[in-house]
Design a protein around this ligand. Structure first.
Ligand code: ADP
Ligand code: MG
Length: 262
């Protein structure tokens, strides 16, 4: 097992999970189970609830109802074995290497072990020559690679990625995809969102399609991109359902417009 020390914390199961904020139900009756070493793509139009779902899974948000269960965690702390990377990387005011080292120190790793892991992580993310540079002066793409270098060094079993390439150019996007593929190859279970359908095809093994806080379809990626079962997912893949509000008139009548985001 290279994804982390000890037994796997998977499967992850969401049982009737709902999330509410501002008096609105934003995630509705979410039920699914994630296991194995597939990469799961969470897709859906803007405002569908993708980011909220990842935050609920990662434990950053508490469900208003239902449960998020890590079946393999036993009595242990699942937080130790999972990590999340956001659209905008969060960097400390110190060198690239020190940013990675800090994450490892928080986990209580000894200095020698940390040094070896930092070097290995910077090497695998193409950042070795930038090790001593202040992280905050790195380009956006380099910062995102550094966020992934932290992950490489931390070796989580499960990684949540929320639109990690949303503000990157094609070259930087390609680098991030290569690192994500390498992480997956090393045994990390990846759950990610993207608005880039090409990226979802390249990296995803299965798709969870969300719309207005509901899970409308779960399919193997090949099946989903060949032709989704769900009508709204079909519109989404065809590029017709990017923002549900704009498309409101075209939506099937079973969708209540009052349920949507403001
Ligand atoms: N704290 C909050 N209070 C009220 N509404 C929120 C809050 N957080 C998110 N939302 C709303 O929930 C919906 C889903 O948000 P989000 O998960 O960020 O969508 P996605 O990532 O799919 O674009 C959006 O309409 C958003 O405006
Ligand atoms: Mg989002």
């Amino acid at each position: 097992m290279t994804g982390g020390d000890g037994e796997s914390i998977l499967p992850l199961e969401l049982q009737d999970v709902c999330y509410e904020a501002g008096g609105k139900r934003l995630i509705k009756d979410m039920n699914f189970r994630l296991e194995g070493d597939r990469t799961t793509m969470v897709l859906g139009p803007n405002g569908a609830g993708k980011s909220l779902l990842l935050r609920l899974c990662h434990g950053l948000l508490r469900p208003a109802a239902g449960r998020v269960v890590w079946h393999g965690a036993g009595g242990g702390d699942p937080a130790r074995h999972q990590a999340m990377v956001f659209q905008r990387p969060v960097m400390l005011r110190r060198s690239a290497a020190a940013n990675v080292d800090y994450a490892l120190a928080l986990r209580g790793l000894a200095r020698a072990e940390r040094a070896a892991r930092v070097e290995d992580a910077l090497d695998h993310t193409g950042l070795k020559r930038l090790a001593g540079h202040p992280a905050r002066v790195l380009s956006f793409g380099e910062q995102q690679r550094l966020a992934l270098a932290r992950i490489w060094a931390l070796r989580p079993q499960v990684l949540f990625l929320d639109e990690p390439t949303a503000s990157l150019d094609p070259a930087a996007t390609h680098s991030v995809e290569q690192i994500v593929t390498a992480l997956r190859g090393r045994g990390t279970r990846i759950v990610m969102t993207t608005h880039d359908l090409g990226q979802a095809k390249r990296l995803g093994d299965e798709v969870l399609f969300l719309h207005r806080g509901r899970l409308l379809e779960r399919s193997p990626a090949a099946d989903f991109f060949a032709g989704p079962q769900n009508d709204l997912a079909q519109m989404f893949v065809a590029g017709e359902l990017l923002w549900w509000r704009r498309q409101k008139r075209k939506l099937p009548t079973d969708v209540d417009p009052r349920e949507g985001p403001r």
